[in-house]
Design a protein around this ligand. Structure first.
Ligand SMILES: Cc1cc2nc3c(=O)[nH]c(=O)nc-3n(C[C@H](O)[C@H](O)[C@H](O)COP(=O)(O)OP(=O)(O)OC[C@H]3O[C@@H](n4cnc5c(N)ncnc54)[C@H](O)[C@@H]3O)c2cc1C
Length: 552
């Protein structure tokens, strides 16, 4: 009997990662339902604000990158200012260009952007609805589930009527945040480091720069006798700011929050506390991302210190990866190893990004001689200069993390066929493009003005550089036989051919290189089978004798 489902994919959590997955699935014409316990998209949430270059490339695929870019004033300076208070000593000023004054790096068509989560989440939700394939149900709490071999039965409750219903889906995806009830129910360990409690205070302060001499900046870092104790970051490039008191300087109630902000603002600058948000800083990664038909994504799978802005960006990468894999399996061309590749590919990325974020946090706290920080003498000036040099140097990897955004790669994946070249080292701030299997396929501008990245997204794409057309067509035939969507694109550009380094490069629907060489192996069917997860690329090819045994 064929199982019937209310919806193929049930997504728990309507935060950015749940919405991103629903959007990716919707654009692939796959139905999903997002359930969210809150009454609507989060308003006045001042968590994530930085979307890195890879997330912006994904937004480009989703057709929303212009809307994201327009959500924060392009001319707003991205400078960092270190000070004892807005009316106190200036410790140092590091200029960073605004979005208007900055071109994208040569390795990407998109720039890193500021986009507050309170804008990004509704923008995603609107895009999800526009697909016509995914639905979002608010005021709906997920309560329990039973996973059997053929699917998942979930109990959900309408929080307004208290009415419980059950629904059946092929897959259940936990995008229910760091405290994930689903992760706990599955008994998945979440090891890592607790880095303390913190409080973010959303503050409305119009024209705050008029009340001090430091100049306008995206972020002010406040340094005291024990080192960095708080920071103030622009949320919307207008009058909303997020003031974060870091561990040990907690502001648990409104009165102490106001006191903390006043300490940073000085006696004259007016402000209004809009909202307090208490949160735990941690760096944990789930030991498994999948159990049966249930998957974890986003903060449910990993937490990072916000220092560096990698949490949401890592979660968007999860959703983007899981989206094409689920689609492939639901359409029947994805093989039995495909969904296992999700954990093997994404978990190492989370572990790396989380460790970098923890290092960034430790760099904030730093180890310096802070004793003269408030001193009005020439020795005080010298001490502040030294501290500025030290902070600029140690925080560089937080502000410039292009290598983290684009340099991640999928090693030891069952659906990536290695080409025998060794891994380039990870570099936090710099990224040199490579078409080595497992890496994001390089960007270059095509003669018609599109990026090479604009070629990817639907099915697989075989890029053919000076390759024999009938040779390239062989793979097309093998793909048709296995119902794998594949497009062959011939590129006549020596510069792009040099960037991709081989005559034939097979790119996956998520824009990662799966295989490359100058000619096909003898069995192109096996190549397709490995990249679609029907045969694990990690298994050694059977020897002649074993092949004979399998056949008999
Ligand atoms: C101060 C701060 C600044 C940050 N800045 C950045 C940044 O600049 N860049 C960046 O990349 N990241 C940043 N982050 C991290 C980022 O905010 C998170 O990584 C991101 O919100 C995770 O998204 P998510 O969808 O996985 O989880 P969440 O945003 O936590 O969403 C989970 C959703 O699930 C819902 N839910 C939970 N349980 C249930 C249930 N039982 N039934 C129904 N619904 C349920 C919740 O209501 C919630 O809406 C920051 C975080 C903080 C705290």
């Amino acid at each position: 009997m064929t199982a019937t489902f209310d919806v193929p994919v049930l997504i728990v959590g309507g935060g950015p990662v749940g919405l991103a997955l629903a959007l990716e699935l919707g654009l692939r014409q796959q139905r999903s339902l997002v359930i969210e316990q809150a009454a609507g998209v989060a308003e006045l949430v001042s968590k994530a604000g930085t979307l890195n270059e890879r997330t912006m490339e994904i937004c480009r695929r989703w057709g929303i990158s212009d809307e994201v870019a327009a959500s924060f004033p392009g001319e707003f300076p991205m400078d960092n200012i270190y000070c004892t208070a807005l009316d106190g000593h200036l410790i140092g000023h590091d200029p960073r260009p605004s979005a208007h004054d900055r071109s994208p790096p040569s390795s990407t068509p998109e720039k890193l952007r500021k986009c507050p989560q309170m804008t990004f989440d509704p923008l995603l939700a609107r895009a999800v609805i526009r697909t016509g394939f995914s639905t979002i149900r608010y005021n709906t709490r997920f309560e329990a589930f039973v996973d059997d071999a053929s699917g998942v039965t979930a109990t959900i409750r309408d929080v307004r009527t208290d009415e419980a219903t059950t629904m059946r889906s092929r897959y259940l995806i936990a995008c229910d945040g760091a405290g994930s009830q689903i992760r706990k129910a599955l008994g998945i360990a979440f090891p890592g480091k607790e880095l303390g409690r913190s409080t973010s205070i959303l503050v409305r302060a119009a024209n705050v720069e008029k009340y001090h001499q430091l100049g306008l900046a995206n972020r002010y870092m406040f340094i005291g006798l024990k080192g960095t104790w708080a920071n103030l970051t622009s949320v919307d490039g207008l009058d909303l700011w997020r003031f974060t008191a870091i561990a040990g300087e907690d502001a648990t109630d409104l009165a102490s929050a106001e006191q903390q902000v006043r300490r940073a603002f000085g006696p004259n600058a007016p402000f209004e506390v809009v909202r307090l948000m208490h949160w735990r800083r941690s760096a944990c990664t789930a030991e498994r991302y999948r159990v049966g038909n249930v998957f974890l994504a986003g903060d449910a799978a990993h937490t990072t210190s916000p220092t560096g802005g990698h949490g949401l960006n890592t979660g968007i990468g999860d959703a983007f990866t899981l989206g094409w894999m689920l689609d492939a399996v639901l359409r029947g061309w994805g093989g039995k190893h495909l969904l296992d590749a999700y954990e093997q590919e994404r978990r190492p990325v989370a572990i790396y990004n989380s460790s970098i974020s923890t290092q960034n946090f430790q760099n904030w706290l730093g180890a310096a001689d802070w004793s003269l920080i408030y001193d009005h003498t020439p020795e005080g000036n010298e001490a502040r200069k030294r501290i500025h040099v030290q902070l600029t140097d140690s925080l560089k990897q937080e502000w410039y993390s292009h290598g983290v955004a684009l340099g991640y790669r999928y090693e030891q994946s069952p659906i990536i066929i290695p080409d025998g070249t060794s891994q380039p080292p990870m570099d936090i701030s710099n990224y040199a493009q490579t078409a080595r299997p497992g890496h994001r396929a390089p960007h270059a501008w095509l003669p018609d003005g599109r990026s090479t990245l604009d070629l990817f997204g639907q099915g697989f794409v075989l890029l053919s550089f000076e390759a024999n057309a009938s040779e390239a067509a062989k793979l097309g035939e093998a793909a048709v036989g296995k119902k794998v969507p594949l497009q062959i694109v011939e590129i006549d550009s020596p510069a792009i051919a040099a960037l991709y380094e081989r005559k034939l490069v097979l790119v996956r629907p998520d824009g990662h290189c799966a295989w490359r060489d100058d000619s096909f192996p003898g069995d192109v069917g096996e190549l397709i089978d490995k990249t679609r997860g029907a045969i694990s690329a990690l298994e050694k090819a059977p020897t002649g004798e074993a092949k004979l045994r399998e056949m008999t």
